[in-house]
Design a protein around this ligand. Structure first.
Ligand SMILES: [Zn+2]
Length: 459
């Protein structure tokens, strides 16, 4: 036995028990009462602390070429920040090039990620091109360990409706899961052009060019197509009330429709775009109004939000400044990888939802839906020892100085949290303790995911 975490309160998605966890060779060996340490076992006393599975961030864009630049966290910086926020696995988005085989795209990014990652990583592939026999790459990719694919309804790399539908058809055949960034591209482009012509150039018009209905309409359309095929669909970064209602309705009807939301939509509203530094909050979809935020929280409580993930995609201040006088020139994206678990756990600590619910949303459900449970997302014998020790009494105010990303600012500056992770273990190795990163570049491993043939809203 290498490690024994004693006397902690172990919180999983469905239970809370006071027990010890024994770790050997990076795996959980046993969970139980009064486990005895061996001669060389390192013993950690977690009395008064919560012991949680590490979070799994289902949505990150590390070193991503976007908006005329590259997101400012490479795989090392992004996974370092993840570890320091209690996240022990990250799913990164590979973006296929036109004409590129889907597995080749994964291998291309894996070659960059593998020597850098400090915690374990998995991929989803953003599909751009399914012409010719490229569509068959879905089957090959599922086999390789990447059974989830994303289509964008916006941006210059977005797909046509026909391609989206074709991908949904194929996904059913191979047990793959399709994720969608849902916003109406035509509307966004029309509004953007109109506002710029009218001299309306501030960050507020980023929101105004992508208001609630622009996202909701795309959600409804995407759900409609998935329903027509009875194919599973995962809506990434859901941020609006109408879309939430559409997800709930489809799930009530029994369809395998799933939604992810992000901490930034649960904490901020569109008011941030009126701030002097509003451009730092520019991401797509943008933060919405209070009504949408309330609907997302209700969706979480009802069980109609399946996961919470970050959409981590930071850009430096000077890059955000490109859009000082033209919102359309602001690179879209914010840092959040280090803030997700601490923020959600703090909300639980304040009594808004249970700690079990946070574990479910940020870890267990992610592992289940993307096919890496029980290796990830669960504290059970045989699982990877990805463990977070959380101090519910530690007060923490988020400041840029305390963050571990390469980003030079954080939209979470000044946010006050009740409780904070004090230690993170990645496969039994201590990678973070009391504010300090202790991991090693390149120690993260590729997590091979299995296809999950989802046929109903339950996991
Ligand atoms: Zn994203």
């Amino acid at each position: 036995m290498d490690l024994l975490i004693k006397n902690g309160t172990i919180v999983t998605a469905d239970s809370t028990i006071k027990a010890d966890i024994a770790v050997t060779d990076g795996k959980i060996m046993a969970i139980g009462q009064n486990i005895k340490a061996e001669n060389n076992t390192e013993v950690v006393d977690a009395n008064g602390k919560l012991v949680l599975p590490g979070a799994i961030d289902a949505h990150t864009h590390l070193a991503m070429p976007f908006g005329g630049t590259i997101s400012s966290d490479d795989y090392e910086a992004g996974t370092r920040a993840a570890a320091c926020g209690g996240t022990t696995t990250v799913f990164d988005f590979v973006l296929q090039d036109f004409g590129e085989n889907l597995v080749d795209a994964v291998k291309r990014r894996q070659a960059i990620c593998d020597p850098q990652a400090v915690v374990d990583y998995a991929f989803h592939t953003g599909i751009k091109d399914v012409s010719g026999n490229l569509i068959d790459g879905i089957a090959e990719s599922v086999e390789y360990g990447v059974p989830s694919f994303k289509v964008f309804m916006v941006y210059d790399f977005g797909v046509t409706d026909g391609t989206f539908y074709k991908v949904l058809q194929k996904s059913k055949e191979y047990g793959a899961l399709i994720e969608v960034h849902a916003e109406n591209n035509e509307m966004v482009n029309m509004f953007t052009k109109q506002f710029l012509e009218e001299g309306k150039t501030s960050a507020w018009y980023h929101y105004m060019s992508r208001p609630e209905f622009v996202e909701a309409e795309a959600d409804v359309r995407a759900i409609q197509w998935a329903k027509s095929l009875n194919a599973p669909l995962y809506i990434v970064h859901l941020a609006n009330a109408q879309g939430m209602a559409a997800v709930t309705k489809a799930r009530d009807e029994g369809y395998p429709i799933f939604a992810e939301t992000c901490p930034q939509y649960l904490y901020f509203t569109n008011e941030v775009y009126k701030r002097e530094d509003g451009r730092n909050f520019v991401c797509s979809p943008p933060m919405k109004g209070q009504e949408s935020q309330d609907a997302l929280w209700e969706g979480i409580k009802r069980g109609d939000i399946t996961t919470v993930a970050t959409d981590h995609c930071p850009f430096q201040s000077y890059e955000k400044d490109w859009g000082k006088d033209d919102f359309s020139k602001i690179p879209n994206g914010c840092a959040g990888i280090e803030n997700m678990y601490p923020y959600m756990l703090s909300e639980a600590n304040k009594g808004r939802i249970s700690f079990n619910k946070v574990v479910e949303l940020c870890s267990t459900n992610v592992a289940k839906i993307f096919g890496c449970a029980p290796q990830k997302g669960m504290l059970v014998p045989g699982a990877d020892a990805d463990i977070v020790i959380y101090d519910p009494d530690k007060e923490f105010t988020i400041t840029q100085d305390a963050m571990h990303s390469n980003s030079d600012h954080t939209i979470w500056e000044g946010a006050k949290l009740n409780g904070y992770p004090i230690a993170t273990y990645s496969r039994g190795n201590l990678v973070y303790k009391d504010g300090e990163f202790l991991g090693k570049k390149g120690s993260g491993k590729f997590v091979k995911c299995k296809p999950i043939k989802l046929t109903s809203p339950s996991l």
